[in-house]
Design a protein around this ligand. Structure first.
Ligand code: SAM
Length: 288
């Protein structure tokens, strides 16, 4: 059987999963749908692996990214595995926004932090865009840190990414008052919503998703703790769940020392990102 015939057959059998099928075929073969439709090559050599991965996916709903072991994200190919969140397309925008702010406010050199670094996606995206920064990545998950380290090594960025296991700012005492920027995509899904998420998401680590009762548990801590670590004028930039940005803006305003607070929508038009600059002097009031 030719690859094209198998692909057509699976599309007909699983019409609700054509995007997943196309993703898998592209990731395994490098062929996009145009190539699949027009190529003269039979592509039979790819079929055993494709059949096996597709069957596993249909039977278990383990995310295809875990089964394949990699995912494209921005201009990178990142390793992923069970135990680490699969970086999402909407998070690509966080890098874009953070770099724009960094350029506008002169924050393109010195130390940054990615809290909840996961696979390293955001940290590595920032490092590629801003060659004079150093990123400190923190995660409480040892598996995530291992994968972030592998991705940094594969991309030749290991020397500029320092990784720490710990609770948010807790391992970063040596950077108090010096951070040029803090980025984070913390767990922000309200606990009650977790069981309603797609079958694939149930295979991802709860630790990466669970934002407590109202989803804001970790975001609150990042608002309160960051002032002790950011330099005056340093960037505070997070991803939130759609519908949460107004609450995060309120938290920042209530803290009193943040300025230039701004929100952004993602590619799908959902409110998603909140940025601000720490306006006060380097302070010791923030607690981890
Ligand atoms: C939503 S994931 C984001 C992963 C990655 N930054 C991304 O955008 O794909 C949140 C990450 O925060 C980590 N995390 C959860 N609680 C934490 C804590 N208290 N301190 C540090 N990291 C934490 C999780 O292990 C997970 O890797």
């Amino acid at each position: 059987m030719h690859l094209r015939d198998w692909w057509h057959q699976q599309r007909q059998q699983c019409p609700a999963l054509v995007a997943e099928l196309d993703w898998l075929v592209r990731q395994v073969t490098g062929w996009d749908t145009l190539t699949l439709r027009t190529s003269e090559q039979p592509g039979q050599e790819f079929l055993p692996r494709l059949r096996s991965l597709w069957q596993q996916y249909l039977q278990t709903r383990v995310p295809l990214q875990y089964l394949v072991g990699t995912t494209p994200w921005r201009d990178m190919e990142l390793q992923v595995a069970a135990g680490v969140l699969i970086p999402r397309p909407e998070t690509e925008l966080l890098v874009e926004v953070a770099v724009q702010w960094a350029q506008k406010w002169g924050l393109t050199t010195g130390p940054w932090v990615d809290l909840g670094v996961g696979s390293g996606a955001i940290a590595l995206g920032l490092l590629r865009e801003m060659p004079a920064i150093q990123v400190h990545g923190v995660d409480c998950s040892a598996i995530a840190l291992q994968i972030a380290a592998t991705n940094a090594e594969n991309l030749g960025l290991k020397a500029r990414l320092s990784l720490y296991q710990g609770d948010w700012f807790e391992p970063l005492a040596h950077l108090r008052g010096h951070l040029q920027g803090m980025v984070s995509n913390p767990p922000y899904i309200p606990t009650d919503l977790l069981p309603t998420l797609a079958a694939e998401v149930q295979h991802e680590p709860r630790l990466a998703l669970d934002g407590g009762e109202d989803g804001l548990l970790h975001l609150r801590r990042l608002v309160q703790a960051a002032p002790a670590y950011l330099c005056a004028g340093g960037l505070w930039c997070v991803e939130t769940m759609s519908g949460q940005t107004a609450a995060v803006v309120n938290l920042l305003q209530a803290q009193g020392g943040y300025q230039d607070i701004q929100t952004y929508r993602d590619w799908g038009g959902h409110d998603r990102i909140v940025c601000a600059r720490w306006g006060g002097e380097c302070s010791s009031i923030g607690q981890v």
